[in-house]
Design a protein around this ligand. Structure first.
Ligand code: FES
Length: 367
């Protein structure tokens, strides 16, 4: 069977639109039998949805994490996929999803992507995992926790989640189901920032001070097999610093950031010289081409002018869909909220944020 095409889109029918909270919905997408291998996903991956606005408007792409459990490696690919969509103020796609999408609609959906994943088959049989999530950051972690606990009968998972109020908390029922199904192996702590909870549960912000006090009381932090941090930039950065101060090795921490402001306080990116123009050679789905890069243009935009199938979603350095390997030459990245240090050390970059430093640059989207 041919390998699924990197970044390919297919039309999928919406099977259901479920309202989760006042400002979030879950979309269930039906996967036809002939596409099930293409949509086989690892727990934690996301889908990019694409919409071309009516009357010739610009194309909009948005990335949403899959919340449904992943199929087992030896079974068939998924017959359906579910993603969570939280309404973002002024957000074009999320407003469309909330106001217009109904069951029976057909959406353009990219095959699953993303490296914020936990492969249950590769996890130790009695692995102990933990996640710290804020708001819609629960979405990929729900898939990770459910897939792990189902596949590994001795594994444990601790979820620390924060939201504004109980009414604004996504996937309350699904998380409660995990608690019911795995009472001895699934541990849950919920912190609400704008609500006094009953029965002495924590309230207030899940900041570094609170995490530093909370985590050691919950579990042996340095013995946790893997930490998954997902949510807004500030929460993820604060949790990463806290884990570091508690002695957790950075290699055990996985991060996915939602919603980066235009001018974030710190940027995980290469230092470098001012971007130059040059030429880029890019390999994509086994075919290569060489094209000019105009002044100030990203490598992705230069490739897209010639290969409309180049993979991307956010163009903001957040989703990681445009990851490419630098085969030769040197590039400078503007900002990077998607790649781990091991990936950049190994030579991967975000094409949407990369500009040539050398006259000739060769990148490979297929690695
Ligand atoms: S397209 Fe999202 S990081 Fe480049």
């Amino acid at each position: 069977m041919a390998a699924p095409r990197h970044g390919a889109f297919h039309p999928l029918t919406v099977a259901a639109v479920d309202r989760l909270t006042d400002d979030s919905v879950a979309l269930t997408l039906r996967v036809p039998e002939e596409l099930r291998e293409e949509y086989r996903h690892a727990p934690g991956q996301h889908l990019t949805l694409r919409r071309t606005a009516p009357e010739g408007g610009a194309e909009v792409r948005r990335t949403y994490s899959i919340c449904s459990p992943a199929p087992s490696a030896d079974g068939p690919g998924p017959a359906w996929l579910r993603v969570g969509v939280r309404l973002v103020e002024g957000g074009e796609f999320s407003t469309f999803a909330h106001k217009e999408i109904v069951a029976g609609d057909v959406l353009d959906v990219m095959v699953p992507a993303g490296r914020f994943v936990l492969d249950p088959a590769a996890a130790p049989a009695s692995g102990h995992y933990a996640a710290i999530v804020g708001g819609s950051g629960i979405t990929p972690v729900l898939s990770i926790a459910a897939s792990l606990l189902a596949a590994r009968p001795d594994a444990r998972f601790c979820l620390v989640r924060s939201d504004r109020t109980a009414a604004s908390t996504m996937f309350l029922e699904e998380v409660a189901d995990l608690k019911d199904r795995y009472p001895a192996r699934f541990q849950l702590v919920t912190v609400l920032s704008r609500e006094e909870q009953e029965s002495g549960l924590p309230s207030g912000r899940l900041d570094e001070e609170r995490l530093a006090a909370l985590l050691p009381a919950l579990l042996p932090v340095t013995e946790v097999t893997g930490w998954f941090l997902c949510g807004p930039y500030g929460l993820v950065q604060g949790a990463e610093r806290t884990l570091g101060s508690l002695g957790v090795a950075r290699t055990r921490v996985h991060e996915e950031i939602f919603h980066v402001e235009d001018t974030p306080p710190t940027v995980r990116a290469d230092a470098g010289t001012a971007p130059a123009h040059g030429r880029v050679t890019a390999r994509l789905d086994g075919r290569s081409g060489t094209w000019p890069v105009q002044d100030g243009e990203s490598l992705l935009d230069a490739v897209l002018r010639n290969r409309a199938d180049a993979p991307y979603a956010c163009k903001g350095g957040v989703c990681g869909t445009c990851r490419a390997f630098v085969v030769s030459g040197e590039v400078r990245m503007e900002r990077n909220f998607a790649l781990e240090a091991e990936e950049t050390d190994a030579g991967f970059v975000l094409a949407c944020q990369s500009h040539p430093v050398t006259e000739e640059v060769e990148i490979d989207f297929d690695r």
